[in-house]
Design a protein around this ligand. Structure first.
Ligand code: SF4
Length: 600
């Protein structure tokens, strides 16, 4: 560990980022790669060189799950913990690894070699269970692969020498439509845009009725026009590739196999709004894509599809850089993402003003999803009217779904908008399905009687997640997993969400532990009202969705947990003394608080 020579390790990083504090996230990430964690002396050095307070650096570092202010070992293992990972046995595999490596979950081994913990969904639901080791994804875990990983860690084999098969991530594209069509030629959309000119291209995007694919569905043409018309010293294009909604992995596939289309869409946006700089914010879990994406960018520069004078057009200068996130779901919210891009904690901003007028560095900024940018290439080439003719009246074009859970063929499915849930279930080989979670934990739980509903903004809007649950699954436990996710990912900025999501988690745990009563349903509804009316951003607003949906549609899963009609507290003092009774070998009446039965 190079603890005594910070300058030789940190100066090249600092120069690469021009000693700018706005690049703090990237500087911290690379610094951590040198030390395995953010060593206190390294933070001192960065404080002096960047001329920012140490508290700011520590405040940023402590916000993100993938930054460590204390050593977490040379091998940092994080098991993905989406509900689909749970269904595939991630917890048993983690326990197996912990036993073999003599380490408790969440702790560092005594020899400082390894730490093992859970993390939120890593976007590999179609090939889970999955884990990250030193931020690099490993998929298709089973007992054999876990045992091999344990051997490699024990023998301290560098990650670069691990079998490459471990790191194989496949696209699993099962159905293609216009967006995943392979006939796209790099530069063709830009060439078409240059012939049209920026105003006409904007008009085509407006005619297309393209709506943002991140979930909210805001009209892309309106967003681009507002940004184009906003005054500012510079305009920026930001691609939101912080695909953190559990169960969503379609951006991963677009960036793996269709990166040209995504980058070209960003350049089209730059052309329309007059931006010279674009940034792709890549979620930290997709670190393994960084090298590939940088190679695509470099090739595009050589092809004159990025840089100065794109395709020979004087004055059309646009380039893209990649910023890597560090494990914070909230950074998928566009204003939190901008804060993160500026090297800060990913706390959502007050809105208005909106990013189109006051975005990155307070300048006009378009933030769009990966899939949205890719779609604009087709509009530039074939026109807005052609695009508007696909899908439904209010939902033009196609939608890529990330299908996972109880089905024979999990993976990527692209359909024109308006496809029914039933059709998707048939295509993916789902049997005996009792529910589909559309659009992740913050979305909608669709029960069997609703499978005729359609994927479209006017019926079931979605960022892409489509998680399938067959009749063997306990929908209470599905909702409980989602609630734990929200409590973990609440950024803590506002009290209603910070406290409310924890209270909700506690209520669900109370039901799980057999202490529930009908009173708790009222309490959940009360919490929902508080979260809806007083939370600062969408995470708080939607945190109760999975619970309310499953109470409404799968009530027996809750009622079977109610052991009494009277309110009971979550904490049972007598039960909590059972460990002490075991240690002292006592079970007489004097060792009990009262004669209440121990809960399940
Ligand atoms: Fe953060 Fe939750 Fe408040 Fe959003 S609602 S700002 S996630 S604490």
């Amino acid at each position: 560990m190079p603890e005594n020579d910070h300058a030789s390790y940190l100066n090249p990083i600092l120069s690469r980022y021009r000693y700018q504090a706005t690049h703090l996230m990237q500087i911290l990430r690379e610094a951590q790669e040198c030390y395995d964690y953010l060593h206190p002396d390294a933070i001192d050095y960065l404080t002096a060189e960047l001329r920012i307070p140490r508290t700011k650096i520590e405040g940023v570092a402590s916000f993100y799950s993938f930054f460590y202010l204390r050593s977490r070992g040379r091998y940092r293992v994080l098991f993905s913990d989406n509900i689909t990972d749970r269904m595939l046995g991630n917890v048993a595999l983690m326990k197996r690894m912990c036993n073999q490596l003599w380490v408790e979950p969440g702790k560092v081994s005594e020899d400082g070699l390894v730490s093992i913990d859970l993390t939120s969904c890593t976007g590999m639901c179609d090939q889970g269970p999955a884990l990250l080791v030193n931020n690099i994804a490993i998929t298709r875990l089973d007992t054999g692969r876990v045992d091999e990983i344990c051997d490699l860690i024990r023998e301290q084999v560098p990650l670069a020498q691990w079998p490459q098969e471990f790191f194989r991530v496949t696209d699993n594209i099962r159905r293609k439509d216009i967006l995943l069509d392979d006939s796209f030629i790099s530069g063709a959309a830009l060439a078409a845009a240059l012939i049209r000119g920026p105003e006409a291209l904007l008009a085509e995007v407006q005619v297309s009725n393209l709506r943002g694919r991140g979930g909210a569905g805001f009209a892309t043409g309106v967003k681009w026009e507002s940004c184009r018309n906003a005054p500012g010293e510079a305009h920026y294009v930001v691609c939101n590739a912080d695909e953190g909604e559990p169960g969503t992995f379609k951006d991963r596939v677009l960036l793996t196999s269709y990166a040209d289309k995504v980058f070209e869409g960003m350049a089209l946006c730059g052309f329309v709004i007059g931006a010279r700089k674009g940034m792709l914010y890549l979620r930290g879990e997709y670190h393994y894509l960084l090298q590939h994406l940088n190679a695509v960018l470099e090739r595009r520069r050589q092809q004159k599809l990025l840089g100065s004078g794109i395709l020979g057009q004087t004055g059309f200068d646009f380039d893209i850089e990649i910023h890597l996130g560090a494990g914070a779901y909230i950074c998928g919210e566009e204003s939190a993402l901008i804060e993160s891009l500026e090297g800060k904690r990913g706390t959502p901003r007050n809105r208005p003003p909106f990013p189109v007028t006051h975005g990155y560095l307070n300048q006009p900024t378009v933030v769009n999803n990966v899939e949205t940018f890719a779609a604009t290439c087709h509009i530039a080439q074939k026109g807005g009217a052609w695009y508007a003719g696909i899908g439904t009246g209010k939902s033009a074009g196609s939608k890529i779904l990330s299908v996972s859970g109880d089905c024979e063929r999990p993976g990527i499915y692209e359909y024109p908008f308006g496809v029914s849930v039933q059709r998707v279930l048939e295509d993916c080989g789902a049997k005996d399905t009792q529910a589909v979670q559309v659009s992740g934990p913050s979305g909608i739980t669709v029960a069997a009687h609703e499978f005729g509903r359609r994927i479209a903004f006017e019926d079931l809007p979605t960022a892409g997640a489509f998680m399938v649950f067959d009749a063997t699954r306990d929908m209470f436990e599905v909702a409980r997993n989602f609630v734990h996710f929200f409590a973990h990912e609440s950024c803590g900025f506002c009290t209603p969400c910070r406290v409310g999501t924890s209270l909700l988690k506690n209520l669900m745990d109370k039901l799980h532990n057999g202490h529930g009563s009908p009173y708790d349903f009222t309490e959940i509804e009360r919490l929902n009202q508080i979260l809806l009316s007083m939370s600062h951003c969408g995470l708080g607003h939607t945190a109760c969705n999975p619970v309310l949906d499953t109470i409404a549609k799968f009530r027996p899963a809750y009622e079977q947990r109610l052991q009494q009609l009277e309110f009971t507290p979550a904490f049972n003092l007598d039960w909590s003394l059972q460990a002490a009774r075991r240690m002292t070998g006592r079970d007489d009446s004097g060792a009990h608080m009262h004669d209440r039965q121990e809960p399940r």
